[in-house]
Design a protein around this ligand. Structure first.
Ligand SMILES: [Cu+2]
Length: 302
């Protein structure tokens, strides 16, 4: 029962956005024609990932106009950095969001956290982009890398912030891409990925969530002759791990977290070989990570 009520609530929050987007289109017709031309070109949101000593930070503008936006993350740090974004529907701060993100799996993900997106992990000195349609509102941004071993996560070290997307809402189309990664949880809790067009090298990918829960897609190279069952056993084991998991954490890559009905165009660098693709999110109402509910799939890249 909670599942159904929770899903209906999430759905109903998205519906007003559709109405707002339609209203934005109608309003656009009354303006001069230049607006239509401008809408085809994504707005730029330049994000810098910086570090001074032990302190980490983001540089970014205070606001960007709603519609198609390309977020470009330039990493001038000496460790991998990412830029996860979430739209908040109340007065919540980035610290309120981080409290939820860092909570254990019994804690609900509140419905004031919406949409998601941003740029997944970027290597030191590198730059990566994500293009998506941003609805107007208040957004928080944080870096969810680091914090695994000895030392704070990058967000605890200061890599967090907020920005505003100014209205009105724009009903923009994401350009088609040669490759797709799709997440879903439709049907009888069928948590799964679908892939098309991924090859060795730099892939231009449309990453889309057609489910109703939050998802991401992390690509872990599988070590040696390990099977996907070995990987599943390691990632879903109760208690402390028995030896190192049979994947190459250092060469993992992946996406940001996005909500149902959200899509973004990203690049994914993949080498030839076998991967375990995994989602570690829980449902909004909490519970087991999606990895334990079937969201670990083997993918061979050629
Ligand atoms: Cu998931």
């Amino acid at each position: 029962m909670p599942v159904h009520s929770e899903r209906r609530r999430t759905r109903s929050l998205l519906l007003p956005l559709v109405a707002m987007a339609a209203a934005g289109l109608v309003a656009g017709c009354g303006d001069d024609d230049d607006d239509d031309t401008a809408a085809a070109q994504p707005a730029a949101l330049a994000i810098g990932a910086t570090a001074t000593g032990d302190e980490k930070a983001f540089t970014l503008p205070a606001s960007v106009e709603a519609g198609l936006v390309t977020l470009t993350l330039t990493n001038s740090d000496s460790v991998p950095r990412s830029a996860q974004i979430i739209r908040v529907e109340g007065d919540q701060t980035v610290d309120d969001v981080l409290e939820i993100v860092d909570a254990d799996e019994d804690v609900e993900i509140p419905t004031w956290m919406q949409d998601g997106g941003g740029v997944g992990a970027v290597a030191p000195g590198a730059t990566a982009s994500a293009t998506q349609v941003l609805a107007p509102g208040k957004y928080v941004i944080w870096d969810d890398e680091g914090g695994d071993d000895d030392g704070p996560s990058n967000s605890d070290a200061g890599a967090k912030g907020e920005f505003t997307v100014t209205g009105p809402a724009v009903d923009a189309e994401l350009p088609e891409q040669p490759a797709t990664v799709t997440t879903t949880d439709d049907g009888e809790d069928e948590y799964s990925f679908e892939f098309s067009g991924l090859t060795a090298g730099t892939n231009q990918v449309r990453f889309e969530n057609t489910g109703e829960e939050l998802h991401h897609a992390l690509f872990f190279p599988i070590q040696g002759n390990a099977t996907i069952d070995d990987v599943t056993a390691a990632f879903t084991a109760e208690g402390p791990p028995q030896g190192p998991p049979p994947v190459d954490f250092a060469n993992a890559s992946g996406t940001a977290v996005i909500d149902g009905d959200i899509a973004q165009n990203i690049t994914l660098d993949l080498e030839a070989g076998r991967y375990a693709v995994v989602c570690f999110l829980t449902d909004r109402e909490g519970g087991e990570p999606h990895a334990a509910q079937g969201m670990i799939e083997e993918l061979t890249i050629e």
